[in-house]
Write a protein that binds this ligand. Structure first.
Ligand code: NAI
Ligand code: MG
Length: 361
C-alpha cells in the first residue's frame, strides 16, 4: 500500500528533523518494496503566522482527514507567545483528530549516556511506556481572566475530567501493560491535594483494574513522589499512566534520564482509527540550535518507526523493529552521534548513517 502522510514540519529544528525523517522513511520503503509513502507538506508554522496572520486554513480538519497519518516536527518561535502557537496548531489537532492517547516510550538506546549514576550501571532497567491522557484534564483550555492583566487580575485554569475520558485512557493503559512482558501498570495522580477530578481519576482506575485482576500488576503513585521513584528505582516500573499535565512533565524527565530530549518519540493516537494519528518527537523547536544543522534526529526517527508500526496494524512490526535496530546501530557508534549524545556528528551525517544501515539490514 501507499500511505498518505500529512507532513507538518513547523518551526526551528522541526523543519530539519522532518526532512530527515522523510528521507529515512523513503529509504525504508524503497528497501522493503512492499509499501510506499506519499506526502502532503503543510507550511503551518509560527513563521508563516507572523507573515499572514494564521497557522492553519479554516478547513484544516478536512485536509488532515485525507491522510493515513500525520508527521509533525515542532511548533513555537520566540516572536509568538507559546500559548498562541500551541493553541493554534498542536492542541486543536490532538483534540479534533480524537487523539486521546499520547504514547511515550522511553528506554536507553545504545550509545546514550544517562546522567544518573544508578542508571549508568543498569541501563536495561529503564524501559517504560508512558501513557498520557491527551484530550482533556489540565489542558482542556477552560478558564478565563478578569480585569485583564492589571494588578487586580484574576485568572482561572480549569481542569476537566470526564468519566468517559478517564475510562478510555485507563483501558488503553491496561491493554498496553498487558501486552508487555512485565505486565505492570503504575497510575499517577495527585488526589490528596486535588480532591475532585483526581479523585474521580483514581476511582475509575480501580474500576477498570478489576477487569485485569491477576493479569496486570498495578499500583498508584502521587506525582511528586513519582519523580523520585523514576530517578531512584527505574526498574520498579513498566507502563505508566498519567494526566495530560503530569505525563507531559514526567515524560520530559524520562527523556532526560534516558540521555537526551533529542531521542524521545511520541505517538498521538486515535485508537478508534476514525481520524489520522500523529507522530512527533517530544522536543520543541529548539530556537537555540535551529539552523545550525546539529539537531539530533533520533527522536524524529523513533517517532517515524512508531508511525510505521501503527500504519501496519501489526503487519509491519518486524519492519519497525529493523528500523529501530538501524537507529541503534548508528547511536551505538561514537562517530555518528550528535552533540547532545556526546558526539560531534550533525543531523545530515546521522541521517545518512541511518539510511545506510537500513539498506544494509
Ligand atoms: P525544546 O525541546 O525546543 O528545547 C529544550 C532544550 O533541548 C534546548 O536546549 C534544545 O537545544 C535541546 N533540544 C531539543 N531538541 C533537541 C534535539 N533534537 N537535538 C538536540 N538538542 C535538542 O524546548 P523549549 O526550549 O522549552 O521550547 C522551544 C519552543 O518549542 C517553544 O516555543 C515551545 O513552546 C515549543 N515546543 C513545542 C513542542 C511541540 O511542538 N510539540 C513541544 C515542546 C516545546
Ligand atoms: Mg512537553
Amino acid at each position: 500500500p501507499t500511505y498518505r502522510i500529512a507532513a507538518i514540519p513547523g518551526d526551528g529544528i522541526g523543519v530539519d528533523i522532518t526532512s530527515a525523517a522523510i528521507q529515512v522513511l523513503d529509504t525504508l520503503a524503497t528497501a522493503n518494496g512492499a509499501f510506499a509513502f506519499k506526502y502532503t507538506t503543510f507550511d503551518w508554522s509560527s513563521k508563516a503566522y507572523l507573515e499572514r496572520g494564521w497557522y492553519m486554513q479554516p478547513d484544516w480538519e478536512a485536509q488532515l482527514k485525507k491522510h493515513d497519518a500525520i508527521y509533525f516536527g515542532a511548533v513555537g518561535w520566540p516572536d509568538v507567545p507559546d500559548h498562541i502557537s500551541l493553541w493554534q496548531m498542536i492542541l486543536p489537532i490532538r483534540q479534533r483528530m480524537n487523539q486521546y492517547v499520547n504514547v511515550r516510550p522511553t528506554r536507553i538506546l545504545k550509545g546514550t549516556h544517562p546522567p544518573v549514576a544508578q542508571l549508568q550501571q543498569k541501563p536495561a532497567d529503564l524501559d517504560w511506556i508512558i501513557v498520557r491522557e491527551n484530550s482533556e484534564g489540565e489542558y482542556a483550555g477552560q478558564g478565563g481572566t478578569t480585569h485583564g492583566h492589571t494588578a487586580h487580575a484574576t485568572a482561572t485554569e480549569v481542569a476537566i475530567f470526564t468519566y468517559v475520558g478517564i475510562e478510555r485512557i485507563m483501558r488503553f493503559a491496561f491493554e498496553t501493560a498487558k501486552a508487555r512482558p512485565r505486565r505492570k501498570l503504575t497510575m499517577v495522580t495527585k488526589s490528596n491535594a486535588q480532591r475532585h477530578g483526581m479523585v474521580l481519576w483514581d476511582k475509575v482506575f480501580y474500576e477498570v483494574a478489576k477487569e485485569y485482576e491477576g493479569v496486570v500488576e498495578y499500583d498508584k503513585m502521587l506525582v511528586d513522589a513519582m519523580t523520585v521513584r523514576m530517578v531512584n528505582r527505574p526498574e520498579s516500573m513498566d507502563t505508566i499512566v498519567a494526566t495530560n499535565l503530569h505525563a507531559d512533565i514526567l515524560s520530559d524527565l524520562a527523556a532526560a534520564l534516558a540521555g537526551s530530549i533529542g531521542i524521545a518519540p511520541s505517538s498521538n493516537l486515535d485508537p478508534t482509527r476514525s481520524c489520522p494519528s500523529m507522530f512527533e518527537p517530544i522536543h520543541g523547536s529548539a530556537p537555540d540550535i535551529a539552523g545550525k544543522g546539529i539537531a539530533n534526529p533520533v527522536g524524529a526517527f523513533w517517532s517515524a518507526a512508531e508511525m510505521v508500526r501503527w500504519l501496519g496494524k501489526g503487519e509491519l512490526d518486524a519492519v519497525a523493529d529493523q528500523f529501530m535496530q538501524a537507529i541503534e546501530n548508528v547511536t551505538g557508534n561514537p562517530e555518528t552521534r550528535t552533540k547532545d549524545m556526546g558526539g560531534s556528528a550533525g543531523t545530515k551525517a546521522v541521517t545518512e548513517a541511518v539510511c545506510r544501515e537500513i539498506e544494509r539490514v
